[in-house]
Design a protein around this ligand. Structure first.
Ligand code: G4P
Length: 529
């Protein structure tokens, strides 16, 4: 229990949202509160601009910038907060999923006008799988959004999570007057462009106090009282255990751009959000307080700039203390490695660090030793679990245009897919190489990098598949028969797992119902127990 004080002051989380809901704006407000930046506008949007979707080099340039802001560390009221950035662009969804494996909680931003959007649904699936605690921030209350109760119902139904209102909004759009904080029993009056710490807060312990009518008018005071009564009756006090187990999500209403409602949320976040949690591995649960260091790689970023051809592997520290210049065991390669320049990411500036503790993220220079899910320990052999691979959505066959470069192509495909940007499949019974990605952009990136870095020239031919499902069966004979019979749709992933490539939802559902002895999985564990 050596490092308890370091562990207990850390909170590692990610802000997630559908693009444009306000993630960048909220991040900036958090950093302002944390004193990590001094002026608004200092956080450059990591958002990949819409117009650039066909220009992947431009996107890579922007991603290059975003590496520096991948983790933003700041202090707030004695807590050390690691905020992990997640790319909003759909084509980088895999990156976001992986980042979610490295955090202990998330803040989900929902646009009050648009409600639940597609990207949010998918992200919430990952969160639900891992039972990650969630705080919801309903943003843009200064715009004419949906009715507060309809919105909460929509979120509950769509995301299959129980909500617990922490603040109650008073109107929205141009009539937005502020929120009533149910926990602190105070009225927070809205004014556009609120600066840190100068919110107009009025303590109102008794909701029937006449001062409420004076402040927001009789009509709105009446509605607020009804809302508060209803919410108190239905929800009562927030049970933090329900939040920590991922069953209930506290909800805040606000306006990130106006810095409104942000402080209420941040104060609650530091009060209830989990400190670094124990992690499952292939052999046992690892507690953060354990004396020996362990951690895993959740993301690999390759720099496409030919002048700085380097890869950065992102390590999440799970137990003990990570120290610079110290040998650790790379479990998969059974090899001891030490790191001379591990760095942390402090307010957009890379700093070489001497040590790191559970919850921290360390950037390691990598020359091709790491792949997603790799585990570093002080010698014990286990892998961290709960790091999923998701089904790609677009599939292409890789055609080698230069037979002299077959070896290079093989190496390139293996290394690039280790970074987690794409998945590699080999068609059953043949040797057809198939690449699966979530976005078109990745194919361009892969084609470019195969040529630039490995000298391999390829053509990519589209395949008519829309999903890959990993297959298992208790009776191996059943699986064998199925794979023989469906050969054109069967492939192996890099680890030799059998995969069914479905042409359409209809084909998939038909196969699922015709083959009750075979389990079709939509995700695959990178490290299996
Ligand atoms: P993202 O990272 O989730 O993609 O969203 P981002 O913060 O970039 O916000 C998207 C747009 O929404 C931005 O406007 C931002 O100013 C605006 N926004 C954020 N919070 C609020 C809010 O509470 N109310 C209103 N009305 N707007 C909000 P933009 O025009 O796209 O960019 P910018 O030129 O303002 O930077």
């Amino acid at each position: 229990m050596k490092y308890t004080s370091e562990i207990n002051r850390r909170k590692t989380f990610a802000i997630i949202s559908h693009p444009d809901a306000g993630k960048t704006t909220l991040t900036e407000k958090f950093l302002l509160f944390g004193g990590a930046i001094q002026t608004a506008g200092a956080v450059k949007s990591n958002k990949i601009k819409k117009h650039a979707t066909s220009d992947f080099m431009e996107i890579e340039r922007q991603r290059g910038i975003s590496v520096a802001t991948s983790v933003m560390t700041f202090e707030y009221e004695g807590h050390l907060i690691n905020l992990l950035d997640t790319p909003g662009h759909k084509d980088f969804a895999e990156d976001t999923f992986r980042t979610l494996t490295a955090v202990d909680s998330v803040v989900l931003v929902i646009d009050s006008v648009n409600g639940v959007e597609p990207q949010t649904r998918k992200l919430m699936e990952v969160i639900a799988m891992r039972k990650t605690p969630v705080i919801v921030f309903i943003n843009k209350m200064d715009r004419d959004g949906k009715n507060r109760f309809d919105l909460m119902e929509e979120i509950e139904n769509e995301l299959k999570i129980q909500l617990h209102p922490m603040t109650v909004p008073i109107n929205s759009g141009k009539d937005f007057k502020g929120v009533y904080d149910l926990h602190k029993k105070s009225l927070v009056l809205f004014s556009a462009g609120t600066k840190a710490n100068d919110e107009n807060v009025l303590e109102i312990t008794d909701i029937n106090d006449k001062i409420l009518d004076a402040k927001i008018g009789e009509k709105d005071a009446k509605t607020l009282r009804e809302d508060v009564e209803l919410i108190d009756g239905v929800y009562g006090e927030l049970n933090s255990e329900d939040y920590l187990s991922g069953n209930t999500a506290p909800v805040f209403f606000g306006s990130a751009v106006n810095n409104f409602g942000v402080k209420e949320m941040l104060d609650t976040f530091v009060r209830i959000a989990p400190t670094p949690r124990p992690r499952h591995t292939t052999t046992r649960d690892v507690l953060p307080e354990e004396e020996k260091f362990s951690g895993f790689i959740f993301k690999i970023h390759a720099n496409l700039d030919p002048k700085h051809r380097d890869r950065i592997a992102f390590l999440r520290v799970c137990s003990g203390r990570f120290a610079r210049h110290t040998y650790y065991n790379h479990v998969r390669l059974e090899k001891d490695m030490r790191f001379t320049n591990p760095y942390s990411f402090l307010a957009r500036q890379k700093d070489v660090i001497e040590e790191a503790y559970p919850g921290d993220v360390v950037g390691l220079f990598d020359t091709g030793n790491f792949k997603i899910g790799d585990t570093l320990t002080e010698g014990e052999a286990f892998y961290f679990t709960g790091i999923p691979s998701f089904s790609p959505e677009i599939f292409k066959e890789v055609i080698n245009k230069d037979p002299m470069k077959t070896k290079q192509l093989e190496k390139g495909l293996n290394q690039l897919t280790d970074e987690g940007v794409a998945q590699l499949f080999t068609q059953f019974g043949g040797n057809k190489k198939i690449i699966g990605c979530v976005g078109e952009l990745q194919f361009e990136v892969i084609q470019y990098r195969l040529l630039q870095e490995y000298g391999a020239s390829v053509q990519m031919n589209s395949l008519p598949f829309f999903k890959a499902c990993w297959l298992t069966a208790t009776d191996p004979k059943k699986l064998e028969d199925f794979t023989k019979y469906k050969q054109a749709n069967i492939a192996e992933d890099k680890d030799g797992n059998v995969v069914y490539l479905a042409q359409s939802e209809w084909f998939l559902n038909t196969e699922i119902s015709n083959n009750p002895d075979i389990a079709f999985h939509f995700t695959s564990e990178i490290n299996k127990v």
